[in-house]
Design a protein around this ligand. Structure first.
Ligand code: GAR
Length: 201
């Protein structure tokens, strides 16, 4: 049986698109994306899911009123859809330890730096690239890792380095890290973990 995957998103969803494309191309063959969960009703990722005919739902913390209710609703959706693997692909809501402890080695995240640089609380999206440029590092990249109770602290699955250019802005760097690193190592990691789950079932 193929590993059932849920992808969590909040914004543009280019990483979700990379996963959809990898599935279509047969690069992801041990799992299937069964559900997309968005923390925001405005996320363009919802359009991408719709186009690919993947069921997508919005789970809004604001509407549900608390972190607890938010996580309970997500858990219900995961159970109802028999999800085996959760992929955080630009998901900007924090998941508490109360949530992550129920899915050991079943949640993976893509982060736009070489962990342990520029990661943890407060480092997300463009801020990560702004910090890398401000520090003056010459090499950055992306990391895919398992999610545990420590923000960006779980076991590393894959990393890919990207050189920084003299004329980079946070925006140009973000785009290049996505294209050269994230969109490659996220699908590859999803296949790797899906295969492991399928094999050990
Ligand atoms: C990606 O660069 C992803 O690595 C980052 O947000 C962007 C989402 O883009 N995630 C984090 O910073 C998590 N800490 P996308 O919606 O186009 O995939």
């Amino acid at each position: 049986m193929l590993t059932k995957i849920a992808v969590f998103v909040s914004g543009g969803g280019t990483n979700l698109q990379a996963l959809i494309d990898a599935q279509k191309a047969g690069l992801i063959k041990s799992g299937r994306i069964k559900l997309v969960i968005s923390s925001s009703p405005k996320a363009y990722a919802l359009e991408r899911a719709k186009k690919a005919k993947i069921p997508a739902v919005v789970v809004s913390k604001k509407q549900l009123g608390s972190q607890e209710a938010f996580e309970e609703e997500i858990k219900r959706l995961l159970t109802d859809n028999k999800i085996d693997l959760i992929v955080l692909a630009g998901f900007m809501s924090i998941l508490s330890e109360n949530f992550t402890k129920d899915y050991p080695k079943r949640i993976i995240n893509v982060h736009p730096s070489l962990i342990p640089s520029f990661c943890g609380k407060g480092f997300y999206g463009l801020k990560v690239h702004e910090a890398a440029l401000a520090y003056g590092v010459k090499v950055t990249g992306a990391t895919v890792h398992f999610v545990n109770e420590i923000p960006d602290g779980g076991e590393i699955i894959m990393q890919k380095a990207v050189a920084i250019r003299e004329d980079d802005t946070a925006e140009t760097l973000q785009k290049r890290v996505m294209r050269l690193a994230e969109w490659k190592i996220l699908p590859a990691s999803v296949e790797k973990v899906s295969y492991e789950i399928k094999k050990n079932r």
